[in-house]
Design a protein around this ligand. Sequence first.
Ligand code: UDP
Ligand code: MG
Length: 325
Amino acid sequence: MVVPMFNEGSGIRKFLDGELFEEIRRLEGATGGEARYEIETVLVDDGSTDKTIERVRSTELFREREKKGLVRLVAFSKNFGKEVALAAGIRYATGEAVVMIDADGQHPAEAISEMIKRWEKGAKVVTAVRKHNRTKHRVGSWMFYKMMKMAGNKEIVEGAMDFRLIDREVAEEYNKFTEHNRITRGLINWLGYPQEFIKVEIKGREAGRGTYDFPKLMRLAGDSFVSMSRTPLVFFGVLGLIITSFSLLLGLFILIQQYILRDPLGLDWSGAVAMSVFISFLVGLVMISQSITALYISQIHIEAKNRPLYVVDREKSEGIYEKGR
Ligand code: UDP
Ligand code: MG
């Protein structure tokens, strides 16, 4: 199980020792039934500036897992973002299947058994989909999905969450991705393994606050808009072509109508009006296409530098150098 955490100090104990530990005990057969699974917990601290790490270390789950050698704590040197935290968690995880789950208690841990059941029946990817869209960014998220679909991002499924199980095979393929700008679910969908979906009830945050504020969401939307598709580029190319041919024809028409035929239709074009309308229209278009091009270039720039995806703080980490990487 991979758990990304960023400044979750206020609710992390409740989540780890509550729901998650309960589910782990159930799966390991500690609360009756036969022990069929061994659950390794990979906790990724994404550069928290609060007491997340200390709190994690003081949990019953951590101490019990540590004794059994079933815990890894990957502490980043700074905040690299949730998607990168997940990537690291998946890299360090060694299990036959990897489940990623948020640390804020919004993903119902009791759904993991169901995911595992599906996995045992052969599913390579099991994704949780929210039953009701109760996010406070409802309009924004709806627009985001519409925009993504329009931009040709077939990989994005509406309502799908980063609460999912992937098979070892999928995890290995996932580990080959090197891009920095990543949307985990988009990449996993891109891999093309058939998916099963289970409906879960998403809960409110147990403590702390969501870290995706509006500017961050806008950036995420912008990045994902260009990171998965060339459609925006093609779209503005075609639009530019249509507008150019259209204005060429219109210009010819005005020229012939007004100056060669001496305005038989009596339209009495004012050249200045026509010009200013056209110019402002075209300037707008040029600016839009420029900004889109710039988005692509900025992404190429980031990827071209090819920096490491994250940096691990070894002192703060635990249990990651014996096995794993
Ligand atoms: N998270 C993270 N790094 C970040 C932001 C968030 O690891 O920079 C973690 C966070 O601790 C939580 C999960 O990612 O476990 C989802 O974050 P959040 O609840 O803020 O997002 P939302 O629920 O709005 O998708
Ligand atoms: Mg959340």
